[in-house]
Design a protein around this ligand. Structure first.
Ligand SMILES: Cc1ncc(C[n+]2csc(CCOP(=O)(O)OP(=O)(O)O)c2C)c(N)n1
Ligand SMILES: [Mg+2]
Length: 653
């Protein structure tokens, strides 16, 4: 069937084979423009799946773009969420919305997030971005169809590197066990992932044999041949008593010569020049309103920028980084400190680094990049965070110093039980690097932002947690933790370039906070501050304390500068780089000395703010009402604090 009117049963548009080929080409063009306007995103895997997606959304699946929640529609799950641009242009081409809208891809408040968010965009069946989960939700959906005696079909689109996730194989077993012939998986077998060729990172072959052994009907096709694609879907429809898998042999970056089969185009967007070149190659330079679309994207961005600017509190001058003549800073990605430490200390034969297919980006590959003799101690685990975590525990058990790293969300969440049960309860000496912490993966969207890991990691027994403030502190913390902290350890650092505010002369003591004080403007921002170990510091009657970790420390320092210049307020900034065990003494002292405590961190519920509150609010023995008064929980205290904050709001305007 295809795109239909769910009320009348009429076909809205029937595409011929040639029209499908043309639509796929057009969709390639739209996705290029959207990626170019976004300035980031996944180009390679978007282009490899485009022909399959065009066939599925415009011809194969029963969908009604005017009734996105039509109960009898076919369900399409995007397990490989990073291919979101294909999903968006498919929905746009199918008529769910004006396809021009996709040009706001990855921009703030756009429904076209870096990874699909189903609560933001009708037509998306589930949020995704953490690889390997889509086949399971598809199994659940297919089982629901059976329970409800519905005839709709369920499709699941996956990557080939993604096949390394163990969960896929749990779902593959389930689909066969339940004879889910209403389920059809597709693997975009473009032979590349992030760290290189799938064969080298972690071989998945013989893939067809594996699925067959799991009881699936497997169809192998040229994923760029429309006729083969349509026949494969027909074959899957006819297959009874078992699920079907289409292995689509494709080329990453298909259609654009400089992107085809080039690994580096996995997570990179074309420049506007490259967009124009690409459109020419697709024969679309005259067909697509490229200038109009780019202007639409730029206008959208202008409004967002204006709105953010209007929301930003105003002061007598612009204090932003490097906006003034003095107070200059050097910006270096925090993650570089991690890679530099591994490069410097990797000759220690105990150090073993484990990759999870994101190795250059998180800088763990610095371990061997300039040191080929270390490659035997470099273990590529593939996209398999759960197993990788336990492999690291096995290495630690035998005296190695394993370092396992990936994005913070996956380094702390995907493997949480493996960390808890195998690593932490066993107290194994495993270092986990949570890269791209906080909001630093920005445009990748909500599912990629690591905003819960402090809560997760700090709750684990025996775990040590370090959140350094800049690239230098990240290097020092990596060095210290690797060799001196024995037991499970988690280091969280950002992706973005952030100001360098420390050097090797700055005090750094694991487990102890630093007090940072603004001492007056200087040419360089760094020189305007004095750092002392909290235990060496004597209070100076400061007006307030800002307690922070990670890159929030440097923002807190900037806030201290602003508060001083604008209101003559003295601020104690407390750099709590060790979040577990947290420096309760320094926090309690600061709260006592300063009276006003503000915490700043890139985190959601249950992070450092909670730990600080706990450190300040240590329980005492007393009657319940005494304790309510002692910890200022009474209505009087609440009212007084509410009034203070309200006054503050009014004074900021
Ligand atoms: C659980 C998880 N680990 C890591 C990542 C980061 N990541 C995004 S895409 C990708 C590579 C995917 O390779 P493949 O499945 O072959 O996709 P394609 O080549 O088609 O883009 C990785 C490791 C992720 N999104 N989810
Ligand atoms: Mg691939």
């Amino acid at each position: 069937m295809s795109l239909m009117n769910s009320k009348t049963g009429e076909i809205r548009k029937a595409y011929s084979l040639e029209e499908l080929e043309g639509a796929a080409n057009l969709m390639r063009g739209y996705s290029l423009i959207a990626l170019g306007a976004a300035g980031s995103g996944h180009s390679g895997g978007t282009l490899s799946l485009m022909d399959v997606a065009a066939a599925l959304y415009l011809h194969e699946a029963n969908l009604d773009p005017k009734n996105p929640f039509w109960p009898d529609r076919d369900r399409i799950f995007w397990s490989a969420g990073h291919k979101a641009p294909v999903l968006y242009v498919s929905l746009g081409m199918a008529g769910f919305f004006d396809i021009d809208e996709v040009v706001t891809l990855r921009k703030l408040r756009s429904p076209f997030q870096g990874h699909p968010h189903w609560l933001k965009l009708e037509g998306v069946e589930a949020s995704s971005g953490s690889l390997g989960q889509g086949l399971s939700i598809s199994v659940g959906d297919a089982l629901a169809a059976r329970l409800d005696k519905k005839n709709y079909r369920v499709y699941c689109l996956m990557g080939d590197g993604e096949q390394q996730e163990g969960q896929i194989w749990e779902a593959a077993m389930e689909a066969c066990h339940y004879k889910l012939d209403n389920l059809c998986g597709v693997v975009d077998k473009n032979r590349l992932q992030i760290d290189g060729c799938v064969d080298d990172v972690m071989c998945i072959d013989p893939l067809a044999d594996k699925y067959r052994a799991f009881g699936w009907h497997v169809i192998e096709i040229d994923g760029h041949n429309m006729k083969e694609i349509l026949n494969a879907f027909k074959d899957a429809q006819k297959t009874k008593g078992k699920p079907s898998l289409i292995i689509a042999h494709t080329t990453k970056g298909k259609g654009i010569d400089f992107m085809e089969d080039v690994c580096g185009w996995h997570g990179k967007a074309p420049s506007i020049e490259q967009v124009r070149d690409g459109l020419k190659q697709l024969g679309l330079d005259k067909k697509l309103p490229v200038e109009k679309l780019l202007k639409k994207a730029a206008d959208y961005q202008t409004i967002i920028t204006q709105e953010l600017e209007a929301k930003q509190p105003k002061f007598s001058q612009n204090y932003f980084w490097n906006a003034t003549k003095n107070m200059k800073v050097e910006m270096v990605p925090t993650r570089m400190g991690f890679g530099n430490a591994l490069a410097e200390h990797g000759d220690d034969p105990r150090v073993v680094c484990l990759g999870a297919d994101i190795s250059d980006s998180i800088t763990i590959s610095q371990f061997y990049k300039e040191h080929p003799h270390r490659t035997q101690r470099w273990l590529s685990m593939g996209i398999a965070e759960q197993s990788g975590t336990c492999v690291a525990a096995g290495l630690a058990k035998e005296g190695k110093l394993p370092v396992f790293g990936t994005y913070g969300v996956f380094a702390s969440g995907r493997n949480l039980d493996q960390l808890r049960t195998t690593v932490c309860y066993g107290n194994f000496n495993v270092m986990i690097a949570g890269a791209h912490g906080g909001v630093s993966v920005g445009p990748d969207g909500a599912t990629h932002q690591a905003l819960e890991e402090l809560f997760q990691m700090c709750g684990l027994p025996n775990m040590h947690v370090e959140v350094p403030c800049d690239s230098v502190e990240t290097k020092r913390a990596t060095e210290y933790m690797l060799f001196n902290v024995v037991g499970p350890k988690y280091i969280r650092f950002a992706r973005e370039a952030t100001p360098v505010v420390s050097d090797y002369k700055t005090p750094y003591k694991y487990g102890e906070a630093n007090v940072i004080r603004f001492r007056g403007e200087k040419d360089n921002f760094k020189d305007a501050f004095e750092h002392q170990l909290a235990s060496d510091y004597t209070g100076e009657g400061e007006d307030l304390v800002i307690i922070a970790c990670g890159p929030s420390v440097v923002e807190a320092m900037r806030a201290a500068w602003i508060l001083n210049q604008e209101y003559s307020l003295e601020t104690r900034v407390l750099n709590v780089h060790t979040v577990k065990p947290i420096d309760e003494k320094a926090i309690a002292q600061a709260a006592k000395d300063c009276g006003v405590v503000v915490t700043a961190e890139e985190h959601q519920i249950g992070g450092m703010g909670n730990l600080v509150a706990a450190a300040i609010g240590r329980s005492e023995s007393g009657s319940p009402w005494e304790l309510v008064k002692e910890f200022e929980l009474s209505a009087e205290h609440i009212a007084a604090k509410a009034k203070t904050l309200h006054d503050l709001k009014l004074s900021i305007g």
